[in-house]
Design a protein around this ligand. Structure first.
Ligand code: CU1
Length: 528
């Protein structure tokens, strides 16, 4: 093809318009937006399911739903929040921010990028559609343990197919992120100059590539046990259901770090900006993230203390798990040291970041309690576990994501969000998240099991408080939706080119060589 033919071809078609622009886009900012919007929608869908759960648990007895539907809600709430809300939000932030943070014109593999996004909404739709299949969703909890999961109905193979598609999507995105970071950095952008968000995502991407195939393998073994006569997890055929737990948690424990490491990165961008100081202990942050990533692979059986493993195993997994508190502590101290004697201001992104540090640390402490195997016999499968992981994932991961959205939304949309509404959103959310999840610690310690639609009378009061908190939390997010939609639809004050001016030389841009494309927020001209 001659040069003029290429030119003519370009001239005839031009860039796609309307819906086709979004379907065919290979632009990292468009794909980032698609991921973020999908994440917000799934956050609201998964949140609605949480409210069904909390409505049923508002008082003892069965009021609104039958037990099987309740089980479907707990299962789908978890799968949707993990795979449909939090992971896509991180992928969206990665798409928007990583190329600009490392001075690259786009992701390294733009068409693969399009494909890894578009797998997601279809997988998410199929997952939600299992609710309407005969027998309801595969209601065995998000961990899909056999033998229970093998008793679920028509939804079972569809749920597994959904997991395969989500896994392919995650692996492709992870490959793209690694290739981009390793090959597309601007001259002078050495690895140890990269903003922390880029570092945390690089390590997260390696975790994803290592664990998703394990999960895919484990659920495929479930599938063959049910439909092709194998007995991997069937004791009657020489298998062992505990084998599934080992496979699942070899995936599942690193997976929870996939859900938190990018949050560490976001918070490490926000805190220096609003403290007007460089991040304290940059290299120790990088090594701490890498240590957490490594340790996440060798602690999985702390989820299985009650299966009757040898005492040596319990000791090993207890000590190995406790070791993770060391690099995590390094991070928390680094964030505090960054704020120490800084000229701190409390705009919304900073409020979310500070709340993250406080509340995530509390979730970390309860995690430390659960790591002690003899004590865990008491906590196992109780609401204490539910309280723990919601502190880590809601006031941890979700808070960091929301903080990141407030931090970067003005840069993405060119509009400043409404700071007063955003402060209202922050305080309503922070108070209600604690009202919702703090009493669940007491419920768990008093012996209330998780994943049940009804409970004994003595648990009534804390459950009522928890449900009130959940509803305030849920409805407060409508404020967030309004704020985001307002900026996206081009209403509100114009944001300046240097949104967090004064702060910015010391914040996220402190490492960029100049002139950095990041400052202008324009896609460099060679892209389109
Ligand atoms: Cu774990």
């Amino acid at each position: 093809m001659s040069v003029s033919a290429i030119h003519d071809d370009h001239h005839d078609h031009g860039p796609a318009k309307g819906l086709m622009r979004w379907v065919t886009t290979t632009n990292h900012k468009d794909i980032g937006t698609l991921y973020m919007v999908t994440s917000l929608i799934m956050f609201m869908v998964g949140g609605a399911m949480a409210l069904v759960i909390r409505a049923e648990l508002f008082e003892p007895g069965m009021q609104f739903v039958d037990p099987m539907f309740f089980n479907s809600m707990t299962t789908l709430h978890a799968l949707i929040m993990v795979f449909g809300a939090v992971m896509p939000a991180f992928a969206g932030l990665a798409n928007w921010m990583i190329p600009m943070m490392i001075g690259s014109p786009d992701m390294a593999l733009p068409r693969l990028n399009n494909w890894s996004f578009w797998l997601l909404p279809f997988a998410a739709l199929m997952l939600v559609s299992t609710l309407f299949m005969e027998g309801g969703a595969a209601a065995a909890g998000w961990t899909l343990y056999p033998p229970l999961v093998l008793q679920t109905g028509a939804a079972f193979p569809f749920t597994i197919f959904t997991i395969h598609i989500l896994g392919v999507s995650s692996i492709l995105a992870a490959i793209n992120i690694i290739v981009t970071i390793l090959n597309m950095r601007a001259p002078g952008m050495t690895l140890m100059k990269m903003p922390l968000f880029v570092w945390t995502w690089l390590i997260t991407a390696f975790l994803l590539i290592a664990i998703m195939p394990v999960f895919a393998g484990a659920v495929t073994m479930l599938l063959t046990d049910k439909f092709f006569g194998t007995s991997f997890f069937n004791a009657a055929g020489g298998g062992d259901p505990v084998l599934y737990q080992h496979l699942f948690w070899f995936f599942g424990h690193p997976e929870v770090y996939v859900l938190i490491l990018p949050s560490f990165g976001i918070v490490s961008q926000i805190i220096p900006t609003f403290s007007r100081k460089p991040l304290f202990g940059y290299s120790s942050m990088v090594y701490a993230t890498a240590s957490i990533g490594f340790l996440s692979f060798i602690v999985w059986a702390h989820h299985q203390y009650t299966v009757g493993m040898p005492v040596e195993g319990e000791l090993y997994f207890t000590y190995a798990t406790m070791l993770i508190a060391v690099p995590t502590g390094v991070k928390v101290f680094n964030w505090i040291s960054t704020m120490w004697r800084g000229a701190i201001t409390f705009e919304s992104p900073m409020l979310w970041a500070i709340a993250f540090v406080v509340l995530f640390t509390m979730g970390g402490f309860t995690g430390l309690m659960m790591s002690i195997s003899p004590a865990d016999l008491q906590y196992h499968d109780t609401y204490f576990i539910v309280a723990h992981f919601h502190y880590v994932l809601v006031s941890g991961a979700v808070f960091a994501i929301i903080g990141g959205v407030y931090f970067w939304l003005p840069k993405w949309t060119g509009r400043m969000y409404d700071e007063r509404l955003a402060q209202l959103h922050f305080w309503l959310t922070t108070l209600s998240v604690n009202l919702c999840f703090f009493p669940q610690h007491f419920l768990g310690l008093a012996g209330m099991p998780r994943r049940i639609p009804d409970y004994a009378l003595q648990f009534a009061e804390f459950n009522a408080w928890s449900s009130v908190g959940a509803f305030i939390f849920g409805f407060s997010q409508l404020i967030f939706c309004y704020i985001v939609i307002r900026c996206m639809s081009g209403r509100g004050e114009h944001a300046s080119g240097e949104v967090w001016e004064g702060a910015s030389e010391h914040g996220l841009e402190f490492n960029l060589p100049s002139p950095a494309p990041y400052h202008t927020w324009e896609t460099p001209p060679n892209v389109h």
